[in-house]
Design a protein around this ligand. Structure first.
Ligand code: ADP
Length: 314
């Protein structure tokens, strides 16, 4: 088997304030694949990524293994850096400089100078659809443009591995699709992508494999579609007005014999089942706008396995 791009065994991180942010995490990222860490805010995704590229130190535990492109970030941070592109959550762009200069600084850090640097930068700006912003000040760029610029910067050294921390958080749907397309194109060219996200659709769209995390621990891991197949019912009737749920309860209690699983909160009730017909029948007892009947998704899977919602505020 080909050497994995990333191998992590029993990773722990405790911050000085005694927060145990990562608790015994283990995972492997195959070379050339896209791997997503999916979890709500505070799950430990950023911490895990920072450890991989040498920005944070794991707890010193004997059994911990960390290999990134064959190197240990605790020792060989620079070896990892030359072959890896990192897009941190806050972009870390220089707002005082224009787009070209932001990239020239990085090109120089990567030993690319003069004409070659300008050519490479123009190529990347064209790839990220930013060429007309070449001389614009970073301050004038929209959130989506800044994100694309940060990705262009991460690609300057032709990385084998691209690490992106929440690449599309806060961006509008159109920009998100552009970024996903670019990432897919990079994957086709053989780049390994590690992405963190709290958007289930992002994980579903991009990743060959996802690791669902909560409170620093792995909850479930696998191919998004097979995780759904294995762990989730196919359909869900979402009653958006919990006060009306008794009508559905009555309908589903009519002795149709189908297995229905219910999740309730103060605002809504969710009825999960593999058969569509009983859910459709129950929905007929409600008025338009009181329910949504839809396929189950990773968000539902997260709720099922953790009892919490992916995007709930902590
Ligand atoms: P995520 O990226 O999934 O939102 P983080 O890795 O940022 O999660 O955070 C995991 C936990 O560690 C959170 O409880 C967060 O408050 C805490 N944490 C993150 N960074 C620091 C830090 N530099 N110092 C102290 N606590 C931190």
């Amino acid at each position: 088997m080909e050497t994995p791009a990333i191998r992590v065994v029993s990773l722990h991180k405790t911050y000085q304030n005694d927060i145990h942010a990562v608790k015994g995490l283990s995972f492997t990222v195959a070379a050339g694949s896209c791997f997503a860490l999916l979890g709500p805010n505070g799950a430990g995704k950023t911490t895990t990524m920072k450890i991989l590229y040498g920005k944070a130190r794991p707890d010193p535990q004997g059994e911990t293994v960390i290999e990134v492109l064959g190197f240990d970030p605790r020792r060989d941070e620079l070896d990892i850096k030359v072959q890896t592109g990192v897009v941190p959550q806050d972009n870390a762009l220089d707002e005082e400089l224009d787009v070209m200069r932001n990239l020239l600084v990085y090109a120089r850090l990567n030993g690319i100078r003069g004409r070659r640097a300008v050519e490479r930068i123009d190529e990347l700006l064209a790839f990220m659809e930013l060429i007309d912003k070449r001389n614009a000040s970073v301050r004038e760029l929209s959130g989506g443009m800044k994100r694309r610029l940060a990705i262009a910067r991460a690609l300057l050294n032709n990385p084998r591995l691209l690490i992106l921390d929440e690449p599309t958080t806060g961006l509008d749907p159109q920009v998100r699709h552009v970024i996903w397309d670019k990432l897919r194109s990079l994957m086709r060219s053989g780049v390994t992508v590690l992405v963190s996200t709290h958007y289930m659709d992002e994980a579903y769209q991009l990743a060959n494999r996802i690791l669902i995390m909560d409170h620093g621990e792995a909850v479930l891991e696998g191919h998004p579609a097979s995780l759904m197949e294995t762990h989730m019912e196919r359909h869900v009737l979402e009653v958006t007005n919990a006060a009306r749920a008794s009508r559905v309860d009555a309908a589903l209690g009519d002795g149709n014999g189908d297995d229905i699983r219910v999740e309730r909160s103060a605002e809504r009730a969710l009825y999960y089942g593999n058969a569509l017909a009983p859910l459709e029948d129950a929905a007929r007892r409600l008025d338009f706008g009181e329910y949504v009947l839809r396929p189950a998704n990773l968000e539902d899977l997260f709720l099922k396995t953790t009892g919490r919602q992916l995007n709930e505020l902590q």
